[in-house]
Every structure is written in C-alpha cells, then in structure tokens.
Design a protein around this ligand. Structure first.
Ligand code: PMP
Length: 326
C-alpha cells in the first residue's frame, strides 16, 4: 500500500512543467514550478506547516491554542489545513480587496475570517496587520504567526522548494523568476540555489504601487512608490524581514493590466489555470527577455490556483470594468 498519514503528507514535491506557447519568443528552456498541486492549491502550504512546526518546537504554540494570521488567503488556507489536522483554532485577518472566493474558501476549511479595510496605513489600528496583532494580545493561548517576519517562512523554501528545483533541473537551472510578497519564496529558493551555484540569477517580480524594486535599486524606502493596486499576492508597502535583498539580482514591475491579461493567457494558451501572481510572473519573465541565452534553464514559480480568481481576472465583465479588456 502506498499512502501518507494525513493530507499534510502531500505537501511539496510538486511537478515542473515546460512552458511552450507563451514563451515561444525566448531562446531558452522555461520551466514552471507548479505549486497548485499542494493540498491547499498554493505554495503557501509549505511555509504554513514549517511555521507551525517550528512554533510547536519552540513552545510558543501550545495544545488547544489559537493561530492568528493576517493573510491574503493562501497562507490562511495552508495554516487552516495544518490547524485542522493538529487540533488548533484558526483566525484569518484579511484585507477587503481580496477576492470573495478566497474568504469563502478560508471559512470552508474551518477558519474564522475578519475583514479589514485595504486603504489604510499598516500602523492604522484598522489595518489587517494591527488587527491581527491586537487579537493575539486579547485571545488567551493564541499565537500570532507573522509570515512577513517569521524566519520559518523563508526556511521552508530553503529546505524544500529550492532543493526540488535544483534536483528537477539536474542542477542546470540558470535563472529563477518569482513574484515577491512576504519574500519567503524568493529568499529561501534564492539562497538555496545560490549556495549550490553562485552564478544562478534570482529575479523578483514586483507590482506598481509596491516599494521593492526602488528599494533594491536605491536603498531608499520611498513612500511615493506606495499606492493601491489590483494585482493580488505580490508587492508590499512594508519591507518584510523575509525579503533577503542580498540574494536578489533585480526586480521587474508588471502592471495590473498585464498581470490580469497574462493570467487569462496562461489558461487559454497553456491550459494553466492559475492565480493572478502567475500572470504577473510570466509577464515579468518575458520583460527580462534580453537576460536569457540559448542554453539557459529559466524556472518560474506559479504560486496559486485560478479557482480563487473566477470572479475577477477570469470574468470578462470585471476585466472590462477595470479597463483591462475592450
Ligand atoms: N502569489 C500569491 C498568490 C501569494 O499568495 C503570495 C504570498 N503573498 C505570493 C505570490 C508571494 O510569495 P511570497 O510571500 O513567498 O513572497
């Protein structure tokens, strides 16, 4: 018989899939690390489990405890799965710009969901950062995860995603391109790949309205870079500790419109039904075209599944209302 003890045993070991039509103009091999095969349909299952197990080991998460996190959905899903298996209560604090599907999914897997306004500063008491922190002080036996600054986030990718990419490419990977939010994925995978081969180039995909690219290029945290945007999952108005700028070679920014259009194109042209940050990632990769040569092996990571975006990027009325489609 061939089985795992519970659903958490299916996290990781995701497939690598060759890109064909969308990247036809590039001279190199482009491979997608396809993270929707995780049980919560996103890469975030990996770091959610790592953060919980590290908190248990450190004694900050105790039996019967409540896990609290400010999450755009995928981390909440990963945490909720692990919470269910391990017997914890889960509370997700989410901003109101996130899709309704994501909120419904979190409730479906047993999480309580608190919705907070998006367009307030992180230090505002109404923000989801502040609300999550406040709940953690009010609820007894609770633990605030803080995926932005929790080192187990990056560690999960150093221990699993990075080694998988190295092995699946027989060590031939030359570039890694990925959207950046908390920074856990790029920093964990980036450090692992650079440890194995310092010549591997690590590219972050950022969004307009986020501080990462400017900060990486100038060292200046420029508040003028911050404004509301539509793209989900990537970009920040803070500098999370999980972004290790030292392993990142550069950032490229993708517009909301391009990210949405390329999310649709991935589904229509590659039969890859993926989330909005995958559209941003593949468009970002195409923008980096002049960096790639014939023998290069470029790996892009696709974070989450398209089902969470059916009311948005996969809805043409919504696309027209944003001015993204004629
Ligand atoms: N895409 C999606 C859909 C996400 O949920 C996230 C996490 N915020 C990211 C990309 C960025 O990943 P990371 O937080 O590891 O930088």
């Amino acid at each position: 018989m061939d089985y795992v003890e519970n659903i958490l045993g299916t996290i990781g070991n995701t497939p690598m899939v060759k890109m064909n039509k969308l990247t036809a103009e590039l001279p190199c091999l482009v491979l997608a690390k396809y993270e929707t095969f995780n049980p919560g349909n996103s890469v975030k299952d990996r770091m959610a489990l790592q953060m919980i197990e590290d908190a248990e080991a450190a004694g900050v998460l105790k039996p019967g405890g409540t896990i609290i996190e400010g999450t755009s959905g995928n981390t909440g899903m990963g945490l909720a799965l692990a919470a269910t298996i391990k017997g914890y209560k889960m509370i997700c604090v989410i901003s109101d710009k996130q899709s309704k599907e994501k909120m419904d999914i979190l409730r479906a897997v047993g999480s309580e969901v608190h919705v907070c306004p998006t367009d307030v500063a992180p230090e505002d008491p109404r923000s989801y950062y502040s609300t999550a922190k406040r709940l953690a002080t009010e609820i007894p036996n609770s633990w605030y995860v803080n995926q932005y600054d929790n080192p187990s986030n990056c560690k999960a990718h150093f221990l699993s995603t990075g080694p998988e990419i190295w092995e699946q490419t027989d060590g031939k990977v030359t570039h890694f391109v990925v959207g950046v939010g908390t920074g856990g994925t790029i920093s964990g995978v980036g450090s692992y790949l650079k440890m194995k081969n310092p010549k591997v180039k690590i590219w972050g995909v950022d969004t307009y309205g986020s501080v990462f690219k400017k900060y990486h290029e100038t060292g200046v945290f420029d508040e003028k870079e911050i404004y509301p945007y539509i793209t989900e999952g990537i970009g920040e108005d803070i500098l999370p500790l999980n972004v290790n700028f030292g392993v990142i070679d550069g950032f490229t920014k993708v517009t909301d419109k391009d990210a949405a259009i390329y999310t649709q194109r991935l589904a229509k042209e590659e039969a890859m039904f993926l989330g909005n940050s995958a559209g941003a990632a593949i468009k970002g990769l195409l923008q980096l075209k002049e960096h790639f040569n014939k023998d290069d092996v470029v790996v892009v990571l696709f974070h989450d599944h398209g089902s969470r975006y059916v009311g948005k990027m996969f809805n043409d009325d919504w696309m027209k209302a944003q001015g993204f489609l004629e």
